[in-house]
Design a protein around this ligand. Structure first.
Ligand SMILES: NC(=O)c1ccc[n+]([C@@H]2O[C@H](COP(=O)([O-])OP(=O)(O)OC[C@H]3O[C@@H](n4cnc5c(N)ncnc54)[C@H](OP(=O)(O)O)[C@@H]3O)[C@@H](O)[C@H]2O)c1
Length: 241
């Protein structure tokens, strides 16, 4: 039977490429999203992948959303924690709302989404949890103290949980994309992109969402069973850890 994969933020950007990549690899995919109904409907129309709307920063909504996915499709065996937002600003101007929104969506969501599927994965002795962190969680980025803190937290989450899941056949890994050509990055001032970002990427271009999706498909597979607690950098050579 085909495994069920749930991708948060799976209808747009990197998540869209991940959902499509997993479907092409034979998974039954559920794509969660936050509020862009138009995009989600177009995505389902084009791919046949079911979409589910809930806010990953809300624990109760995650529990209910996952229960619905499992009722419709079966137990979640692959979870991709991809949903994320930015609320950038220099720290001396950063508001509590900007801080909370980013920590809740990019870090607390990992608890909210993973905790409800964890016991099932343990009982079935198989699971794959893949968290999309960021280069800026590895190196820190000015103007993104909230985002860097959340994304660094994602890496700590993965390293600790991997140890707990290891004997139960569950792997937990992070992927740290560099700058990928999605709406999140296109929202950056083109002058800043041209002058301050592209010159620091040795391969000389933004990454493609599909380049992240292919790494996710590999980490989801049975072939990757010995890889856990790891952080895969996919950043065009911009930063090495
Ligand atoms: N793009 C990059 O260069 C880059 C680099 C490093 C890391 N990342 C990380 O990669 C992930 C995907 O980024 P992206 O560029 O593809 O973003 P994106 O194009 O802005 O898409 C974000 C997706 O997440 C969903 N989402 C946002 N907040 C949510 C919430 N509270 N609950 C449920 N879903 C939510 C959105 O749903 P709606 O469509 O409903 O809004 C959308 O599907 C993020 O974690 C991001 O931090 C991106």
């Amino acid at each position: 039977m085909a495994r069920v994969a749930l991708v948060t933020g799976g209808s747009r950007g990197i998540g869209e490429a991940i959902s499509k990549g997993l479907k092409a690899a034979g998974y039954v995919v559920a794509a969660n999203y936050a509020g862009n109904d138009e995009k989600a409907a177009a995505f389902t129309g084009a791919t046949g992948i079911k979409t589910y709307k809930w806010d990953v920063s809300d624990y109760d909504a995650c529990v209910a959303g996952i229960a619905q996915v499992e009722a419709d499709l079966g137990p979640v065996e692959v979870l991709v924690n991809n949903a994320g937002i930015t609320r950038d600003g220099m720290f001396h101007r950063m508001t509590k709302d900007q801080w909370d929104a980013v920590i809740n969506t990019n870090l607390n969501s990992l608890f909210n989404m993973t905790r409800p599927v964890w016991e099932g994965m343990r009982a079935r002795k198989f699971g794959r949890v893949i968290c999309i962190s960021s280069i800026n969680g590895q190196k820190g980025q000015m103007g993104q103290v909230n985002y860097s803190a959340a994304k660094a937290g994602d890496i700590g989450f993965v390293r600790a949980l991997a140890q707990e899941g290891a004997r139960a056949g569950i792997t937990v890994n992070a992927i740290c994309p560099g700058y990928i050509g999605t709406e999140m990055v296109r929202a950056i001032d083109p002058a800043v992109l041209e002058k301050s970002i592209l010159p620091h990427i040795p391969v000389g271009r933004l990454g493609e969402p599909e380049e992240i999706a292919r790494a996710v498909v590999f980490l989801a597979s049975d072939d990757s069973g010995f890889i856990t607690g790891s952080t895969i950098s996919a950043n065009g050579g911009q930063y090495f850890t």
